[in-house]
Design a protein around this ligand. Sequence first.
Ligand SMILES: CC(C)(COP(=O)(O)OP(=O)(O)OC[C@H]1O[C@@H](n2cnc3c(N)ncnc32)[C@H](O)[C@@H]1OP(=O)(O)O)[C@@H](O)C(=O)NCCC(=O)NCCS
Length: 161
Amino acid sequence: MSIEAKTVDESRVETVHIVRPNHLNGANRLFGGILMQWIDEVAGIVAKRHSMCNVTTASVDNLTFLQGAYQNEMVVIKGKMTWVGSSSMEVCVDTYVENHLGARNRINNAHFMMVALDENDRPVKVPRLILQTEDEHLAWAHGEERRRIRIQRKKDKLDGI
Ligand SMILES: CC(C)(COP(=O)(O)OP(=O)(O)OC[C@H]1O[C@@H](n2cnc3c(N)ncnc32)[C@H](O)[C@@H]1OP(=O)(O)O)[C@@H](O)C(=O)NCCC(=O)NCCS
């Protein structure tokens, strides 16, 4: 039996990494490519939990590096579903550095568009998103606006603009 709708909490993900020497770039900060891999994985797990399907990353936007992270720091990555279309899902991923007292400083934010795929690798319908809080309604409204922009951007790319 297929599930028709799921809450945001049902697919929420939080992961934690310690910044090791092999994660650093030449400037001794966390290498952006490593962080991108970690956040892409989080977005993928959120989307898999919501859709219960294989998923792929269609696009990433608003990927903003606000601050660096350094060796031995604890990096916390939180992903949540913000908007759902027919086969596409928007996942918001926030990254924080957490200090010894548990205080978190946000260092990165990104929005991933994930698409659920069937066994033939074609887009497949996903459950609706049940919005339970004011914040979730607000995030949905912003997601609608971002979708409008993304559709235009994809059209421009296909047109070679
Ligand atoms: C993502 C992909 C499956 C979409 O396939 P497609 O043939 O364009 O399918 P559709 O046009 O039916 O789009 C399917 C959904 O994805 C959305 N979508 C497609 N491209 C998108 C993009 N660039 N940005 C945001 N959403 C996108 C569509 O709006 C649609 O959403 P909806 O079903 O909720 O209405 C296909 O482009 C693909 O496989 N891309 C490569 C993905 C990949 O390999 N990622 C890993 C990178 S290493």
